[in-house]
Design a protein around this ligand. Structure first.
Ligand code: PFF
Length: 448
Protein backbone atom coordinates (compact mmCIF):
# COMPACT_ATOMS: atom_id res chain seq x y z
CA UNK A 1 0.00 0.00 0.00
CA UNK A 2 2.97 2.29 -0.53
CA UNK A 3 1.04 4.35 -3.02
CA UNK A 4 -2.03 5.00 -0.88
CA UNK A 5 -3.40 8.42 -1.75
CA UNK A 6 -2.75 11.08 0.93
CA UNK A 7 -4.24 14.46 1.71
CA UNK A 8 -2.20 17.20 0.06
CA UNK A 9 -1.78 19.06 3.34
CA UNK A 10 -2.94 19.35 6.91
CA UNK A 11 -5.39 22.01 5.90
CA UNK A 12 -6.62 19.53 3.29
CA UNK A 13 -7.38 17.02 6.02
CA UNK A 14 -9.03 19.65 8.22
CA UNK A 15 -11.24 20.82 5.38
CA UNK A 16 -12.14 17.35 4.18
CA UNK A 17 -12.81 16.05 7.70
CA UNK A 18 -14.80 19.21 8.48
CA UNK A 19 -16.55 18.65 5.18
CA UNK A 20 -17.53 15.22 6.44
CA UNK A 21 -18.53 16.54 9.84
CA UNK A 22 -20.36 19.66 8.72
CA UNK A 23 -23.42 18.74 6.76
CA UNK A 24 -27.12 18.14 7.12
CA UNK A 25 -26.35 16.99 10.65
CA UNK A 26 -25.57 20.56 11.65
CA UNK A 27 -28.12 22.52 9.71
CA UNK A 28 -31.02 20.11 9.35
CA UNK A 29 -30.71 17.45 12.10
CA UNK A 30 -29.34 19.52 14.98
CA UNK A 31 -32.12 22.15 14.94
CA UNK A 32 -35.00 19.71 14.68
CA UNK A 33 -33.57 17.35 17.31
CA UNK A 34 -32.96 20.30 19.63
CA UNK A 35 -36.45 21.57 18.84
CA UNK A 36 -37.97 18.24 19.80
CA UNK A 37 -35.91 18.04 23.00
CA UNK A 38 -36.57 21.36 24.66
CA UNK A 39 -33.89 23.49 22.99
CA UNK A 40 -31.48 24.70 25.66
CA UNK A 41 -31.44 21.46 27.61
CA UNK A 42 -30.46 19.59 24.48
CA UNK A 43 -27.80 22.16 23.60
CA UNK A 44 -26.23 21.74 27.04
CA UNK A 45 -25.98 17.94 26.82
CA UNK A 46 -24.84 18.17 23.24
CA UNK A 47 -21.90 20.36 24.23
CA UNK A 48 -21.03 18.12 27.16
CA UNK A 49 -21.07 15.09 24.83
CA UNK A 50 -18.79 16.78 22.31
CA UNK A 51 -16.20 17.74 24.92
CA UNK A 52 -16.25 14.68 27.15
CA UNK A 53 -16.62 11.93 24.56
CA UNK A 54 -16.82 13.32 21.04
CA UNK A 55 -13.42 14.96 20.72
CA UNK A 56 -11.57 12.16 22.56
CA UNK A 57 -13.17 9.52 20.30
CA UNK A 58 -12.40 11.67 17.25
CA UNK A 59 -8.72 11.69 18.22
CA UNK A 60 -8.82 7.94 18.88
CA UNK A 61 -10.46 7.13 15.52
CA UNK A 62 -8.15 9.37 13.52
CA UNK A 63 -5.00 8.02 15.18
CA UNK A 64 -6.10 4.41 14.60
CA UNK A 65 -6.68 5.29 10.96
CA UNK A 66 -3.32 6.94 10.49
CA UNK A 67 -1.48 4.17 12.32
CA UNK A 68 -3.02 1.39 10.23
CA UNK A 69 -3.36 3.28 6.96
CA UNK A 70 -6.51 1.25 6.34
CA UNK A 71 -10.28 1.20 6.10
CA UNK A 72 -12.12 0.34 9.36
CA UNK A 73 -12.08 -3.44 8.81
CA UNK A 74 -8.38 -3.40 7.87
CA UNK A 75 -7.60 -1.10 10.79
CA UNK A 76 -8.98 -3.49 13.41
CA UNK A 77 -7.34 -6.42 11.62
CA UNK A 78 -3.95 -4.72 11.47
CA UNK A 79 -3.84 -4.61 15.27
CA UNK A 80 -5.75 -7.82 16.01
CA UNK A 81 -5.44 -10.06 12.92
CA UNK A 82 -7.21 -12.90 14.75
CA UNK A 83 -10.36 -12.64 16.81
CA UNK A 84 -13.61 -10.81 16.30
CA UNK A 85 -12.61 -7.16 16.52
CA UNK A 86 -12.85 -6.79 12.77
CA UNK A 87 -16.61 -7.20 13.20
CA UNK A 88 -16.65 -3.67 14.62
CA UNK A 89 -15.12 -2.56 11.33
CA UNK A 90 -17.76 -4.44 9.34
CA UNK A 91 -20.47 -2.92 11.52
CA UNK A 92 -19.09 0.52 10.64
CA UNK A 93 -19.09 -0.25 6.92
CA UNK A 94 -22.74 -1.36 7.09
CA UNK A 95 -23.72 1.64 9.22
CA UNK A 96 -22.19 3.90 6.57
CA UNK A 97 -24.23 2.35 3.77
CA UNK A 98 -27.44 2.59 5.79
CA UNK A 99 -26.92 6.20 6.91
CA UNK A 100 -26.01 7.10 3.33
CA UNK A 101 -29.37 5.73 2.17
CA UNK A 102 -31.59 8.08 4.17
CA UNK A 103 -29.11 10.94 4.40
CA UNK A 104 -29.18 11.11 0.60
CA UNK A 105 -32.96 11.37 0.69
CA UNK A 106 -32.67 14.53 2.82
CA UNK A 107 -29.90 15.75 0.54
CA UNK A 108 -32.38 15.21 -2.30
CA UNK A 109 -34.80 17.50 -0.44
CA UNK A 110 -32.15 20.23 -0.40
CA UNK A 111 -31.66 19.74 -4.12
CA UNK A 112 -35.41 20.12 -4.65
CA UNK A 113 -35.55 23.24 -2.46
CA UNK A 114 -32.62 24.71 -4.34
CA UNK A 115 -34.69 24.31 -7.48
CA UNK A 116 -37.71 25.91 -5.78
CA UNK A 117 -35.54 28.83 -4.65
CA UNK A 118 -33.92 29.52 -7.98
CA UNK A 119 -37.24 29.39 -9.82
CA UNK A 120 -38.75 31.95 -7.44
CA UNK A 121 -41.17 29.56 -5.69
CA UNK A 122 -40.21 30.82 -2.22
CA UNK A 123 -41.90 34.16 -2.96
CA UNK A 124 -45.32 32.74 -2.29
CA UNK A 125 -44.37 30.74 0.80
CA UNK A 126 -45.77 31.82 4.16
CA UNK A 127 -45.82 30.29 7.61
CA UNK A 128 -49.39 29.22 6.80
CA UNK A 129 -48.70 27.23 3.62
CA UNK A 130 -45.05 26.12 4.06
CA UNK A 131 -45.95 22.86 5.77
CA UNK A 132 -48.42 21.86 3.08
CA UNK A 133 -45.92 22.68 0.34
CA UNK A 134 -43.35 20.48 2.05
CA UNK A 135 -45.81 17.62 2.50
CA UNK A 136 -46.71 17.69 -1.19
CA UNK A 137 -43.06 17.86 -2.17
CA UNK A 138 -41.87 14.99 0.04
CA UNK A 139 -44.93 12.92 -0.86
CA UNK A 140 -44.11 12.95 -4.58
CA UNK A 141 -42.44 9.53 -4.59
CA UNK A 142 -41.25 9.42 -8.21
CA UNK A 143 -39.56 12.80 -7.87
CA UNK A 144 -38.04 11.87 -4.51
CA UNK A 145 -36.52 8.69 -5.90
CA UNK A 146 -35.18 10.71 -8.81
CA UNK A 147 -33.61 13.28 -6.42
CA UNK A 148 -32.18 10.52 -4.23
CA UNK A 149 -30.63 8.87 -7.28
CA UNK A 150 -29.22 12.21 -8.52
CA UNK A 151 -27.59 12.86 -5.20
CA UNK A 152 -26.12 9.39 -4.93
CA UNK A 153 -24.87 9.73 -8.52
CA UNK A 154 -23.07 12.95 -7.62
CA UNK A 155 -21.54 11.27 -4.57
CA UNK A 156 -20.36 8.28 -6.61
CA UNK A 157 -18.83 10.67 -9.14
CA UNK A 158 -16.77 12.51 -6.50
CA UNK A 159 -15.68 9.36 -4.68
CA UNK A 160 -14.65 7.68 -7.94
CA UNK A 161 -12.15 10.45 -8.54
CA UNK A 162 -10.24 9.64 -5.38
CA UNK A 163 -9.16 11.41 -2.26
CA UNK A 164 -7.04 14.43 -3.04
CA UNK A 165 -8.28 15.07 -6.58
CA UNK A 166 -11.94 14.70 -5.68
CA UNK A 167 -12.87 15.21 -2.08
CA UNK A 168 -10.18 17.65 -1.03
CA UNK A 169 -10.56 19.94 -4.03
CA UNK A 170 -14.29 20.44 -3.50
CA UNK A 171 -14.10 20.90 0.26
CA UNK A 172 -11.43 23.56 0.00
CA UNK A 173 -13.51 26.14 -1.80
CA UNK A 174 -17.00 25.47 -0.65
CA UNK A 175 -16.95 25.19 3.12
CA UNK A 176 -15.94 28.85 3.68
CA UNK A 177 -18.74 29.99 1.36
CA UNK A 178 -21.37 28.25 3.45
CA UNK A 179 -20.00 29.81 6.59
CA UNK A 180 -20.29 33.36 5.23
CA UNK A 181 -23.87 32.78 4.15
CA UNK A 182 -24.78 31.43 7.58
CA UNK A 183 -23.44 34.59 9.22
CA UNK A 184 -25.63 36.67 6.96
CA UNK A 185 -28.69 34.61 7.86
CA UNK A 186 -27.81 34.94 11.52
CA UNK A 187 -28.10 38.73 11.36
CA UNK A 188 -31.33 38.46 9.45
CA UNK A 189 -32.86 36.03 11.89
CA UNK A 190 -31.81 37.89 15.02
CA UNK A 191 -33.30 41.10 13.72
CA UNK A 192 -36.76 39.58 13.24
CA UNK A 193 -39.55 40.69 15.51
CA UNK A 194 -40.08 38.24 18.37
CA UNK A 195 -36.61 36.70 17.94
CA UNK A 196 -35.94 36.88 21.67
CA UNK A 197 -38.49 34.14 22.43
CA UNK A 198 -36.47 31.83 20.22
CA UNK A 199 -33.26 32.78 22.01
CA UNK A 200 -34.86 32.00 25.32
CA UNK A 201 -35.96 28.57 24.10
CA UNK A 202 -32.45 27.90 22.81
CA UNK A 203 -30.45 29.22 25.76
CA UNK A 204 -32.52 28.87 28.95
CA UNK A 205 -32.69 25.23 30.05
CA UNK A 206 -35.70 23.93 31.93
CA UNK A 207 -34.25 21.10 34.01
CA UNK A 208 -37.65 19.85 35.08
CA UNK A 209 -38.06 18.51 31.53
CA UNK A 210 -34.93 16.34 31.56
CA UNK A 211 -35.37 12.74 30.34
CA UNK A 212 -32.95 9.96 29.32
CA UNK A 213 -34.29 10.38 25.78
CA UNK A 214 -32.87 13.91 25.63
CA UNK A 215 -29.43 12.74 26.69
CA UNK A 216 -29.28 9.85 24.23
CA UNK A 217 -30.45 12.14 21.44
CA UNK A 218 -27.74 14.66 22.39
CA UNK A 219 -25.02 12.03 22.49
CA UNK A 220 -26.19 10.42 19.26
CA UNK A 221 -26.24 13.85 17.63
CA UNK A 222 -22.67 14.52 18.83
CA UNK A 223 -21.42 11.30 17.21
CA UNK A 224 -23.48 11.85 14.08
CA UNK A 225 -22.30 15.41 13.71
CA UNK A 226 -18.61 14.58 14.19
CA UNK A 227 -18.97 11.60 11.81
CA UNK A 228 -17.89 9.22 14.60
CA UNK A 229 -18.62 5.63 15.47
CA UNK A 230 -18.54 4.07 12.01
CA UNK A 231 -14.96 4.48 10.94
CA UNK A 232 -15.28 7.53 8.69
CA UNK A 233 -12.53 9.17 10.67
CA UNK A 234 -10.46 5.95 10.64
CA UNK A 235 -10.69 6.13 6.86
CA UNK A 236 -9.92 9.86 6.65
CA UNK A 237 -7.14 9.46 9.22
CA UNK A 238 -5.59 6.78 7.00
CA UNK A 239 -4.93 9.47 4.39
CA UNK A 240 -3.28 11.80 6.93
CA UNK A 241 0.48 12.17 6.77
CA UNK A 242 2.63 11.18 9.73
CA UNK A 243 4.18 14.57 10.32
CA UNK A 244 0.85 16.37 10.72
CA UNK A 245 -0.36 17.54 14.13
CA UNK A 246 -3.27 15.19 14.66
CA UNK A 247 -4.53 16.80 17.85
CA UNK A 248 -4.79 20.32 16.51
CA UNK A 249 -6.23 19.07 13.22
CA UNK A 250 -9.02 17.13 14.96
CA UNK A 251 -9.63 19.94 17.46
CA UNK A 252 -10.23 22.33 14.54
CA UNK A 253 -12.66 19.87 13.01
CA UNK A 254 -14.62 19.58 16.27
CA UNK A 255 -14.58 23.35 16.69
CA UNK A 256 -15.89 24.12 13.18
CA UNK A 257 -18.51 21.44 13.42
CA UNK A 258 -19.85 22.55 16.79
CA UNK A 259 -19.70 26.21 15.88
CA UNK A 260 -21.79 25.68 12.76
CA UNK A 261 -24.41 23.61 14.59
CA UNK A 262 -24.72 26.28 17.28
CA UNK A 263 -24.96 28.93 14.59
CA UNK A 264 -27.74 26.99 12.85
CA UNK A 265 -29.69 26.99 16.13
CA UNK A 266 -29.25 30.76 16.43
CA UNK A 267 -30.70 31.11 12.94
CA UNK A 268 -33.57 28.64 13.16
CA UNK A 269 -35.11 29.23 16.61
CA UNK A 270 -35.49 33.01 16.52
CA UNK A 271 -37.00 32.61 13.04
CA UNK A 272 -39.38 29.86 14.15
CA UNK A 273 -40.66 31.80 17.14
CA UNK A 274 -40.94 35.05 15.24
CA UNK A 275 -43.26 33.27 12.77
CA UNK A 276 -45.31 31.70 15.55
CA UNK A 277 -44.35 28.21 14.37
CA UNK A 278 -43.64 25.22 16.60
CA UNK A 279 -40.02 24.10 17.11
CA UNK A 280 -41.25 20.54 17.50
CA UNK A 281 -42.07 19.64 13.88
CA UNK A 282 -39.42 17.02 13.21
CA UNK A 283 -37.38 16.59 10.04
CA UNK A 284 -39.37 19.15 8.04
CA UNK A 285 -38.35 21.99 10.40
CA UNK A 286 -35.72 23.84 8.37
CA UNK A 287 -37.58 23.20 5.13
CA UNK A 288 -40.65 24.86 6.60
CA UNK A 289 -39.01 27.89 8.13
CA UNK A 290 -36.11 28.95 5.92
CA UNK A 291 -38.12 29.56 2.72
CA UNK A 292 -40.46 31.80 4.73
CA UNK A 293 -37.46 33.80 5.92
CA UNK A 294 -36.08 34.11 2.41
CA UNK A 295 -39.51 35.09 1.07
CA UNK A 296 -39.53 38.18 3.29
CA UNK A 297 -35.93 39.17 2.79
CA UNK A 298 -34.45 41.60 0.30
CA UNK A 299 -32.53 39.58 -2.28
CA UNK A 300 -34.34 36.47 -1.03
CA UNK A 301 -34.14 34.63 -4.36
CA UNK A 302 -30.39 35.03 -4.58
CA UNK A 303 -29.68 34.24 -0.94
CA UNK A 304 -32.20 31.42 -0.80
CA UNK A 305 -30.77 29.78 -3.91
CA UNK A 306 -27.21 30.20 -2.70
CA UNK A 307 -28.09 28.82 0.71
CA UNK A 308 -29.71 25.65 -0.58
CA UNK A 309 -26.94 25.18 -3.12
CA UNK A 310 -24.29 25.39 -0.42
CA UNK A 311 -26.32 23.13 1.83
CA UNK A 312 -26.36 20.58 -1.01
CA UNK A 313 -22.61 20.87 -1.23
CA UNK A 314 -22.17 20.54 2.54
CA UNK A 315 -24.32 17.42 2.31
CA UNK A 316 -22.20 16.17 -0.58
CA UNK A 317 -18.93 16.44 1.35
CA UNK A 318 -20.63 14.33 4.05
CA UNK A 319 -22.17 11.72 1.73
CA UNK A 320 -18.76 11.43 0.12
CA UNK A 321 -17.29 10.37 3.48
CA UNK A 322 -20.18 7.98 4.11
CA UNK A 323 -19.56 6.33 0.76
CA UNK A 324 -15.79 6.46 1.13
CA UNK A 325 -15.81 4.09 4.12
CA UNK A 326 -17.37 1.14 2.28
CA UNK A 327 -15.50 2.08 -0.91
CA UNK A 328 -12.14 1.96 0.88
CA UNK A 329 -13.19 -1.41 2.25
CA UNK A 330 -13.97 -2.68 -1.26
CA UNK A 331 -10.64 -1.40 -2.60
CA UNK A 332 -8.43 -2.64 0.26
CA UNK A 333 -10.09 -5.91 1.17
CA UNK A 334 -11.90 -6.98 -2.00
CA UNK A 335 -9.36 -5.53 -4.45
CA UNK A 336 -12.11 -3.82 -6.45
CA UNK A 337 -11.30 -0.75 -8.51
CA UNK A 338 -12.31 2.55 -6.87
CA UNK A 339 -15.01 3.10 -9.47
CA UNK A 340 -16.50 -0.36 -9.11
CA UNK A 341 -16.50 -0.16 -5.32
CA UNK A 342 -18.20 3.27 -5.30
CA UNK A 343 -20.82 2.11 -7.81
CA UNK A 344 -21.73 -1.08 -5.96
CA UNK A 345 -22.03 0.62 -2.59
CA UNK A 346 -23.92 3.57 -4.05
CA UNK A 347 -26.42 1.22 -5.72
CA UNK A 348 -27.02 -0.56 -2.41
CA UNK A 349 -27.73 2.75 -0.69
CA UNK A 350 -30.21 3.67 -3.40
CA UNK A 351 -32.06 0.44 -2.78
CA UNK A 352 -32.19 0.94 1.00
CA UNK A 353 -33.16 4.58 0.53
CA UNK A 354 -36.43 3.78 -1.22
CA UNK A 355 -38.42 2.65 1.87
CA UNK A 356 -37.32 5.88 3.59
CA UNK A 357 -38.74 7.84 0.67
CA UNK A 358 -41.97 5.85 1.01
CA UNK A 359 -42.27 7.05 4.64
CA UNK A 360 -43.41 10.37 3.21
CA UNK A 361 -45.77 8.90 0.65
CA UNK A 362 -49.37 8.29 1.59
CA UNK A 363 -48.71 4.68 2.61
CA UNK A 364 -49.74 3.99 6.22
CA UNK A 365 -47.38 1.00 6.57
CA UNK A 366 -44.21 3.04 5.99
CA UNK A 367 -45.58 6.06 7.84
CA UNK A 368 -46.21 4.06 10.98
CA UNK A 369 -44.51 0.70 11.14
CA UNK A 370 -46.33 -1.87 13.26
CA UNK A 371 -44.86 -2.49 16.75
CA UNK A 372 -42.44 0.44 16.78
CA UNK A 373 -45.02 3.07 15.99
CA UNK A 374 -42.73 5.25 13.94
CA UNK A 375 -42.05 5.79 10.27
CA UNK A 376 -39.54 3.65 8.41
CA UNK A 377 -37.28 6.68 8.08
CA UNK A 378 -37.67 7.50 11.79
CA UNK A 379 -36.70 3.95 12.68
CA UNK A 380 -33.65 4.02 10.40
CA UNK A 381 -32.50 7.31 11.88
CA UNK A 382 -32.92 6.01 15.44
CA UNK A 383 -31.23 2.66 14.74
CA UNK A 384 -28.30 3.83 12.66
CA UNK A 385 -27.67 7.44 13.66
CA UNK A 386 -28.29 7.22 17.38
CA UNK A 387 -27.78 3.60 18.36
CA UNK A 388 -25.30 2.18 15.84
CA UNK A 389 -22.97 5.18 16.07
CA UNK A 390 -23.04 5.15 19.88
CA UNK A 391 -22.35 1.41 19.96
CA UNK A 392 -19.62 1.81 17.33
CA UNK A 393 -18.00 4.59 19.33
CA UNK A 394 -18.21 2.47 22.48
CA UNK A 395 -16.36 -0.44 20.86
CA UNK A 396 -13.84 1.87 19.28
CA UNK A 397 -13.03 3.45 22.64
CA UNK A 398 -12.67 0.02 24.26
CA UNK A 399 -10.47 -1.18 21.42
CA UNK A 400 -8.15 1.81 21.52
CA UNK A 401 -8.16 1.88 25.33
CA UNK A 402 -7.54 -1.79 26.08
CA UNK A 403 -6.52 -3.70 22.96
CA UNK A 404 -4.33 -1.31 21.01
CA UNK A 405 -3.71 0.49 24.34
CA UNK A 406 -3.68 4.22 24.93
CA UNK A 407 0.11 4.18 25.36
CA UNK A 408 0.51 2.97 21.76
CA UNK A 409 -2.11 5.36 20.51
CA UNK A 410 -0.29 8.20 22.26
CA UNK A 411 2.91 7.25 20.44
CA UNK A 412 1.04 7.52 17.15
CA UNK A 413 -0.50 10.83 18.18
CA UNK A 414 2.93 12.20 19.23
CA UNK A 415 4.35 11.71 15.72
CA UNK A 416 3.37 15.09 14.36
CA UNK A 417 1.96 16.59 17.53
CA UNK A 418 4.90 16.62 19.92
CA UNK A 419 3.64 17.17 23.43
CA UNK A 420 -0.08 16.44 23.83
CA UNK A 421 -1.18 18.54 26.80
CA UNK A 422 -4.38 16.67 27.51
CA UNK A 423 -2.93 13.17 27.14
CA UNK A 424 -4.09 12.19 30.64
CA UNK A 425 -7.62 13.40 30.23
CA UNK A 426 -7.75 11.82 26.80
CA UNK A 427 -6.66 8.41 28.15
CA UNK A 428 -9.18 8.59 30.99
CA UNK A 429 -11.91 9.54 28.61
CA UNK A 430 -11.15 6.76 26.12
CA UNK A 431 -10.70 4.06 28.75
CA UNK A 432 -13.29 4.94 31.38
CA UNK A 433 -15.35 8.06 31.02
CA UNK A 434 -16.43 7.58 27.39
CA UNK A 435 -17.38 3.88 27.61
CA UNK A 436 -19.14 4.33 30.96
CA UNK A 437 -21.15 7.31 29.81
CA UNK A 438 -22.16 5.57 26.59
CA UNK A 439 -23.18 2.41 28.47
CA UNK A 440 -25.11 4.44 31.05
CA UNK A 441 -26.95 6.40 28.41
CA UNK A 442 -27.80 3.31 26.33
CA UNK A 443 -28.92 1.43 29.45
CA UNK A 444 -31.12 4.27 30.66
CA UNK A 445 -32.70 4.32 27.23
CA UNK A 446 -33.43 0.62 27.01
CA UNK A 447 -34.48 0.08 30.61
CA UNK A 448 -36.51 3.21 31.15
N1 PFF B 1 -21.41 14.33 10.10
C1 PFF B 1 -22.35 14.37 9.03
C2 PFF B 1 -23.32 15.49 9.28
O1 PFF B 1 -23.33 16.05 10.38
O2 PFF B 1 -24.08 15.84 8.40
C3 PFF B 1 -23.04 13.05 8.84
C4 PFF B 1 -22.12 11.87 8.86
C5 PFF B 1 -21.10 11.77 7.93
C6 PFF B 1 -22.25 10.91 9.86
C7 PFF B 1 -20.21 10.70 7.99
C8 PFF B 1 -21.36 9.85 9.93
C9 PFF B 1 -20.35 9.77 9.00
F1 PFF B 1 -19.51 8.79 9.07
Amino acid sequence: MATRDKWGSKIGFILAASGSAVGLGNIWRFPYTAGKNGGALFLLFYLISILMIGLPVLIAETSLGRFSGKNPVGAFKSIRPKGQWKLVGYFGVITGVMILSFYSMIAGWTLGYFYKAITGKFKTMTSANAEQIFTNFAGNTAMQIFLLACFLGLTIFVVSRGVSAGIEKYARVLMPGLFILLLLLLFRSLSLEGASKGLEFYLKPDFSKLTPGIIIDAMGQAFFSLSLGMGAMITYGSYLKNDENLVSATAWVAFFDTFIAILAGFIIFPAIFSQGMSPDQGPALVFNILPVIFANMPGGIVFGSLFFLLLCIAALTSTVSLLEVATAYGIDEKKWSRKKAALIVGALSLLFGIPSVLSYADIPFFQKLPLVNMSFFGLMDLLWSNLALSIGALFLAIFVGYVWKTSNALKEIAKGTGKFKFAKFWSISVKFLGPLLIIAVLASYFFK
